[in-house]
Design a binder for this molecule. Structure first.
Ligand SMILES: [Zn+2]
Length: 130
């Protein structure tokens, strides 16, 4: 599974570069938070998860198919991942974090632009409020 892992990392690098390039600052993989979010913009109380479509079973995505061999095993394992993801998001929302999820298959396109726009808007509103 090394191949899958390294492609996840590549997507994450694209997202990091883009968010950083927009002038937003963040910490990485903060273990103190539920789910160890990929990017943590603490001042904006916002976390960003970059989800691999297979491991996190992106609904309706062609990369999220269950392998044909050992399918019962994979169904159970990936099902647990999805349950965990939901619990993580609930826990973060409950403690006042804004949660953004960017899917691996979307990271090269408009979804990343939209994410950066949302983050910049949020920061601007936050600055106005001060
Ligand atoms: Zn996907």
């Amino acid at each position: 599974m090394a191949r899958v892992k390294s492609s996840d990392t590549k997507v994450e690098m694209v997202v990091r570069r883009r968010v950083h390039g927009a002038g937003l600052r963040f910490r990485l993989h903060v273990a103190a938070l539920p789910g160890k979010p990929d990017l943590v913009l603490a001042q904006m109380r916002t976390v960003v998860f970059v989800h691999g479509c297979f491991w996190h079973q992106h609904a309706g995505c062609s990369r999220a198919t269950i392998p044909a061999s050992n399918s019962a095993y994979w169904r159970a394992k990936l099902g647990r991942n999805a349950v965990r993801d939901e619990a993580v998001i609930d826990a973060l929302l409950a403690s006042g974090w804004q949660v953004e999820v960017l899917w691996e298959c979307e990271a090269g396109g408009a979804a990343l632009d939209e994410l950066v726009t949302r983050l910049l808007d949020r920061r601007a509103r936050q600055r106005e409020a001060r």
